[in-house]
Design a protein around this ligand. Sequence first.
Ligand code: ZN
Length: 145
Amino acid sequence: QKTKNKLKNPFLKVEDRRRRYRPFYLQLSSFPVVNYSNPKPYSPFETERKNIIAHKQIENKQRNPANNDKGKGPVQLPAKHKKRKGYCECCLKKYDDLQIHVESEQHQNFAQSSHYQVVDDIISKFSCNFVELSTPKIKRRKCSV
Ligand SMILES: [Zn+2]
């Protein structure tokens, strides 16, 4: 079962001394180099100057919207529903789409449950000094991501 693949240089290998856990590796085509010539506040590990210059141009455009041709700029598309992958600590479950997971039965059950009592206990120790509106009370939606 042992594969005798020697690590190719340059690499980094991290292993616990007692050898109980699998080592993990990082193999690169070249190690990061501290690049002092990068302008502030760019990372010294940013490799290509081109990248930085491109970044700067984008930044300038965003800062000076007046520079954009009126109406000729790229049409702003309505924000699409972005899939967000992640891990739910309530359900102990990975998900591929945050929105779908939040609406799933398992998550909804958790969100409506009394699992948030620990949070409510802490909140109950705070004093609330906001002005209470006299409009009909909207029931607090117990919901957490
Ligand atoms: Zn969940």
